[in-house]
Design a protein around this ligand. Structure first.
Ligand code: HEC
Length: 170
């Protein structure tokens, strides 16, 4: 389809105020409709694939659990290169692992410390913050919880109410 000049100008005048409005309301503007395919997969490919993809020799979470030391020595973690492998680290069986490792330290139960994978989210603090905001929007409002499936120490287990907040649009 060819867009003539008039149409292009019309699109620009409509789009610009919307962009400005978004940037004004949130320091880190996030697309309203975040999806795995459009937003999350490319991000994880750029920032995580070197150590968390099948191509890098990374295992699925269950294989990883069987031989953690071996994989740690090889400097690979469980795969996050498909929708399904990512969901296994968000919801089940390794509930909250994704959030615990990628949190910037501000969530409940983070203990004020960023997760040890947070640094991989970007080169600059601004990029890391923006990518984290996108991931949080994707997971869903109220769905970014650091709890495990079962209670551990003084951190309660994940509740059904928390689970129901997960959106994770494909
Ligand atoms: C330089 C290699 C490297 C990069 C890049 C990297 N990771 Fe990791 N990651 C590891 C290793 C090695 C482990 C296992 C050791 C550990 O638990 O810290 C790990 C562990 C994890 C875990 C915990 C898995 C579990 O259930 O125990 C998660 C979740 C994770 N990484 C997510 C990510 C995400 C998402 C990215 C991209 C933003 C990323 N990592 C980038 C090497 C990396």
């Amino acid at each position: 389809m060819k867009l003539n000049h008039f149409a292009a100008a019309a699109v620009a005048t409509v789009a610009l105020p919307v962009l400005v409005a978004c940037a004004a309301t949130a320091g880190t503007a996030v697309a309203a409709d975040v999806t795995y395919r459009a937003d999350v997969a490319p991000m994880l490919k750029t920032h995580c694939a070197d150590c968390h993809s099948a191509a890098a020799g990374a295992p699925t979470i269950k294989e990883y659990d069987l031989a953690k030391d071996k994989y740690k020595k090889e400097k690979v973690g469980p795969r996050v290169d498909t929708y399904e492998t990512v969901l296994q680290l968000i919801a089940y069986p390794d509930a909250g692992a994704f959030m615990r490792r990628l949190d910037d330290g501000t969530s409940q139960y983070a203990g004020g410390k960023p997760g040890n994978m947070y640094k991989h989210l970007g080169e600059t603090e601004a990029e890391r913050a923006k990518n984290l905001a996108t991931l949080k929007a994707w997971v869903g409002e109220g769905g970014w919880n650091l709890n495990r499936f079962k209670a551990r120490k003084d951190v309660p287990g994940l509740t059904k109410e928390q689970m129901e907040k997960l959106v994770l649009k494909y």
